[in-house]
Design a binder for this molecule. Structure first.
Ligand code: MN
Length: 245
């Protein structure tokens, strides 16, 4: 099984985390927050069969790093995976909103020009505008909404749009997050940690302990661990189809 959203490069000791991922039972999509960080982060995964590196430009950095959209475009042919990208409608980021939209539109436009990418998307307090941006760039790729935290109505719209969802310890730690997880189509569920930002048992969540997320999902869905593992593995094959690199 695969952690579809982890920040390998932001752990205190990324090289040792990469080694532990390689030695463990789970794969990881290593997302980045700036195009400038991509090369070094991708090198952490060199020779590592369990890690794929995604090219990102995080909405919280969109204003400061909007100039890196050109670097994003230049690097995009090297990977089938894009993240972390998206929009954040939190009040403290209000002054950056126009830059966020311009950057996300740029990201999606370049993805569409390149034939589409698998996208790990941040949509905190911005599900509507995130879906609207995806609608403006048909062909941008297959969207995975990471740590969905919108309303149930917004969830319905995201499902209707065809989004996938990656679920992790952060989301499952709140009653509301668990209720949202229960309302998601089982066939579009994936796993994530969002480590090192999310803590699990007091320590940064890590891909090689992803079975803890499986256990929590099986409790929530009242299914066996092996049934949830089989479901997730089947979903992973489906979401990765066409995005092999
Ligand atoms: Mn993240």
């Amino acid at each position: 099984m695969i952690d579809f959203h982890c920040h390998l490069d932001l752990f205190a000791q990324p090289a040792s985390v990469a080694e532990k991922i390689q030695a463990g039972n789970f794969g990881a999509l290593s997302v980045t927050t700036t195009p400038a960080a991509w090369r070094g982060t991708e090198q952490l995964a060199e020779g590592n069969s369990k890690i794929r590196t995604a090219l990102g430009l995080h909405p919280q950095l969109a204003q400061e790093r909007r100039g890196e959209i050109e670097l994003f475009r230049a690097l995009l042919p090297e990977t089938a995976f894009v993240g972390e990208v998206g929009l954040d409608g939190s009040p403290e980021l209000k002054s950056t909103w126009d830059d966020q939209v311009a950057v996300f539109d740029g990201v999606l436009g370049h993805c569409a020009s390149e034939g589409g990418r698998l996208l790990s998307i941040h949509s905190r307090r911005a599900v509507g505008p995130t879906l609207a941006a995806l609608e403006r760039s048909p062909g941008a790729g297959r969207p995975i909404l990471h740590w969905f935290s919108g309303s149930f109505r917004e969830l319905e719209k995201a499902i209707e749009f065809g989004c996938w969802f990656s679920i992790g310890p952060g989301m499952l730690s709140s009653a509301r997050g668990r209720a949202l997880a229960l309302a998601m189509p089982r066939a579009r569920l994936l796993l994530e940690t969002d480590g090192p930002f999310v803590l699990d048992g007091g320590l940064p969540a890590v891909p090689w302990k992803l079975d803890r997320v499986v256990q929590r999902l099986s409790q929530l869905f009242q299914e066996s661990d092996s049934a949830i593992a089989a479901l997730i593995e089947s979903n992973e094959s489906a979401v990765l189809a066409g995005f092999a690199r």
